[in-house]
Design a protein around this ligand. Sequence first.
Ligand code: PLP
Length: 458
Amino acid sequence: MGIMEENKHLEEADKKYIWHPFTQMKDWVAETPVIISEGKDCFIKDIYGRWYLDGVSSLWVNIHGHRKKELDDAIKSQLDSIAHSTLLGLSNVPSVRLAERLIKLMDSSFGENSLTKVFYSDNGSTAVEVALKMAFQYWLHKGIKGKHTFVSLKNAYHGDTIGAVSVGGIDIFHKTFEPLLFKSYKAPSPYCYRCELDASYPECNFLCLNEMEAILKEHNEEIAAVILEPLIQAAGGMITAPQGYLKGVRELCNKYNVLLIADEVATGFGRTGKMFASEHESVVPDIICLSKGITGGYMPLAVTISTEEIYNAFLGEFKDIKTFFHGHSYTGNPLACACALACLDIFEKEETLKNLQPKIKLLEAWLKEISAHPHVGEARNAGLMAGVELVKDKAAKEPFKWEEKMGWQVAYAAREDGVFIRPLGNVVVIMPPLAISTENLKQMLNVIEKAINTATGS
Ligand SMILES: Cc1ncc(COP(=O)(O)O)c(C=O)c1O
């Protein structure tokens, strides 16, 4: 088969055999799929040799770029020892080394002995499932019965498994599954641009926190934990919380004796400008969920890290059955753990966080400029995670209709100019690898600006 025939075959086979996630397949099969065959630095190449800037870090995972030598080498070298062995009844060298390294990282980010025990799993959703079950069982072990539910936020996204969806708050993704979900309390989203309480910040004095307090006051005996995405509700539309919100939630959790679960699956590993988003408000969660960037975007790996207090509650005699009964086939996978260790080495060696700061400034300057655009309602960011919310009518904050696919029109236009982005409804998402060069970031923002103009006819 010649190259062209082979490419055609791949395109047909994709349409025939793959059911893509979060994708209306009727639309998908009507078009020609872009099939990626290679990557280098912050770029990905399709089977026809066209390069695209990876504007969403391959779904928010890539940190140091593609084909990063140190990461490639770490995996190759681990392959010479062993690819996988279980953590159920055994341990393995990279998972021990990584756990030790992660706890050192917790010490430096949150203070010594703050978060001390690493529970492995393999994706963001399972890291959240682990956190929910852990929080629930913790209270049972403490002899406090009835704490069987959670407070989560409107517009929250914690993954797609049933537990994670139960604490989710994005109607378009989650509502269909309502009959399958456990009940949880929903506090208002700190979405100042479209405040559901009709208040305006800062005059509101955190009315949304008052609402959360009302829930906790009335129902704390049923509530095991508050779960949230610190600083920015990512999949909800890159919704940034005003400064002080997170700290306020921490204080409420203390006041009403519930745990705080920080889902840093998207925000972790530098995306917000600090290693973890919770650090911006000096908040120490009781449980933190990490995945995505943990391996630099190479391998599926996740961790749920708890305090010593939570861990200790599960200790007991074998007959007491206090064990945490949870685990997955690929828990603590050695290839993924070896890769994660190399990823953390690069953070240190290349001073990734320090080098990120001027790029964040550049992005923020552009966001400020684009805010004046007649079809931009709000442009917001936390570090290198940004969203540009498009509106039909700026004065009325009227959104484009879902079926107008405005976010997608922008993404398609950007693709024509060599930038791959994926929107969230009307929100254009900008989330390149942290390693992106200033020059490439400028180029990406220019392309997106042009694409917004093309799609909105401005
Ligand atoms: C905050 C947050 N939590 C959890 C998840 C789920 O992670 P995964 O897709 O790896 O299951 C995501 C994914 O985008 C996320 O953004």
